[in-house]
Design a protein around this ligand. Sequence first.
Ligand code: AP5
Length: 221
Amino acid sequence: MIDPLGNASRRRILLLGPPGAGKGTQAKRLARKFGVPHIATGDMLRSAVAAKTDLGNRAASIMARGDLVPDDLVIDMLLERISNADAAPGFILDGFPRTDAQAEALSSELGSEGLDAVIFVDVAEDEIVRRISGRRTCPAGHVYHVTDKPSRDGDYCEVDGNELALRPDDAEGVVRNRLAVYRSQTEPVIDFYAKAGSVLHVNGLGDPNEISGLIHEVLAA
Ligand code: AP5
């Protein structure tokens, strides 16, 4: 059940959208605003890959191809993360759920309290390709864009000084596969939430500050 956000002091917000739609950019802002953690399964998996954990070793080649990591691995990882004390007041979910099975697992974990809002950030495919091909990230996950959000320190992260790079799965052929996977496996999740309550649609094209404003408008409506 999706509760109207206005009646909830808790903030459990889910951001849905295609790869490169700006979910991470907006999720970080929402997390800061509401004082709840930004929980991004992509970031968690990339940390596991970098740390060469069992999960990371199993996920590495799958992520490099742009395919989805198996549901059982991702569901266990996510449910453990949201059971942490810091997520008790709420969380901003980004990148999960990506399949109907993941959505059902989350729904059964949250029970009748459910989510407070589901936001779909909509961006056309040509803009997605432009954004992803220009994205540069540092090993700690700080995100830039070569023209739209360049680092003040050139090829180095202005937060921690690490060298910026193209994410391995941001290579053109992999992005095409990520988009195909999104259409076949993740788009049905939007219907899952539409049937359960309401999905708030936000046009993700425009300045990130304007998009934050649109998100706050739909949350307040
Ligand atoms: P993940 O890391 O979740 O990748 P994604 O969903 O493809 O999302 P992105 O990080 O590419 O984009 P975003 O929407 O967050 O956009 P961002 O804000 O960075 O997943 C990676 C992989 O992990 C998956 O392929 C899969 O293998 C695995 N995985 C993860 N979760 C999984 C799950 N649940 N199940 C199974 N496997 C899973 O912005 C993009 C760029 O655009 C940036 O450069 C940014 O600066 C720029 N930008 C942002 N907003 C704007 C704007 N308004 N205007 C112009 N530029 C903008």
